[in-house]
Design a protein around this ligand. Structure first.
Ligand code: F6P
Length: 343
């Protein structure tokens, strides 16, 4: 069998580990051949790919980014999109199956292609950890460690200057990175998209911490909307997909804290630093297991399914289950974290 791999959507540390594991397992166990489509679905519809022999994936487990490149191209968009064109391209290049490694948008496209009869399986990928059908996605643990390290640093400089420090992290619709990195760094307030909190409440937490001689640390997910406010988007325009480019709520929260409390406050937006560099050991293992399981799924012709992790077990789920809804931070996890906010 010849299998085509693609990485699509925002990148995540661990993508290369998935590719490496799939190629090694596929070649060693099944005698498959592999190609890698360039830049997500764009490479499929335009027939742009590279051969992936064993030598091409050596040493990749610890490398950040993706050797295939990525894009947010929708396989149904443009004159060359759609299942017929993709089917022609697969036939032309003798590719028997696609392993699509991507997030919600990628898997939605993959689901439509599988429904149209194309041989597609999925590997879940999102730094935000917001896919419903899997407990964890690779890249998330790396992002949390990077954010934790950054916050540890913000805390020491904050303490020296008796300032309040705000850290804005990724998390468009969900606050998993904020919750975990905030808890890990001992933040005094964590603001997430799932919970609308008034700035007065944030200021109360900040003041309580400041009054007992500490430097308050406030973590805010980029998709957080303060109670009573509209979306906070700092005029950064939209992505090609049409969704707004986020980043800006950290500045807003910083200015409001300083204005309402009089405490000198600084913002740091971590941005894409959270998605760059080498994956953690946890993410390398998770990504490797996903790659291995995806090749087994292809072997069983599990078209329309993706691999997932439940507890410590690798399982298979239908795309429809993965796309059923976002995995948001549940109320009890927020309540648990909130015990440590403020005083
Ligand atoms: O969806 C993952 C994510 O990292 C979001 O947290 C963030 O808003 C977005 O991607 C950034 O996308 P881009 O890399 O296209 O700027």
């Amino acid at each position: 069998m010849k299998i085509g791999l693609l990485t699509s959507g925002g990148d995540c540390p661990g993508l290369n580990a998935v590719i490496r594991a799939a190629v090694l397992h596929g070649i060693k166990t099944y005698g498959h051949e592999f190609v890698g489509f360039r830049n997500g679905w764009h490479g499929v519809v335009e027939g742009r790919f590279m051969d992936l022999p064993r030598t091409r994936v050596k040493g990749l487990a610890g490398e950040g980014g993706t050797i295939l490149g990525t894009s947010r191209t929708n396989p149904f968009d443009g004159p060359n999109g759609g299942p017929e064109r993709i089917s022609i391209m697969l036939e032309r290049h003798a590719v028997d199956a696609i392993i699509a490694i991507g997030g919600e948008g990628t898997l939605a496209g993959a689901a439509r292609l599988a429904e149209a009869g194309l041989p597609v399986v999925g590997v879940p990928k999102t730094i935000d950890n917001d896919l419903a059908a899997t407990d964890y996605t690779f890249g998330f643990d790396t992002a949390v460690s990077i954010a934790t390290d950054a916050m540890d640093r913000l805390r020491t400089t904050g303490e020296s200057h008796h300032r309040c420090m705000v850290a804005e992290v990724m998390g468009r619709h969900v606050g998993w990175i904020a919750l975990h990195s905030g808890m890990s760094a001992g933040a005094h307030a964590v603001l997430i998209p799932e919970q609308s909190v008034a700035m007065d409440q944030v200021c109360q937490w900040v003041t309580e911490v400041h009054d007992r001689g500490r430097s308050p640390l406030v973590v805010v997910a980029e998709g957080f909307i303060p109670e009573g406010e509209e979306d906070i988007v700092a005029g950064k325009g939209t992505e090609a997909s049409g969704r707004p480019r986020l980043g800006g709520v950290g500045e807003y929260v910083t200015e409001e804290i300083e204005r309402l409390t009089g405490i000198e406050t600084r913002n740091t937006t971590l941005g894409h630093i959270q998605r760059g560099g080498a994956p953690t050991g946890f993410d390398r293992v998770l990504a490797t297991r996903y790659g291995l399981a995806a090749v087994d799924l292809v072997g069983d012709k599990g078209w329309g399914q993706m691999v997932a992790i439940r507890g410590t077990d690798m399982v298979r789920v239908d795309f429809s289950e993965a796309l059923a809804g976002l995995k948001t931070v549940p109320q009890h996890r927020w309540d648990e974290a909130k015990v440590l906010f403020g005083r």
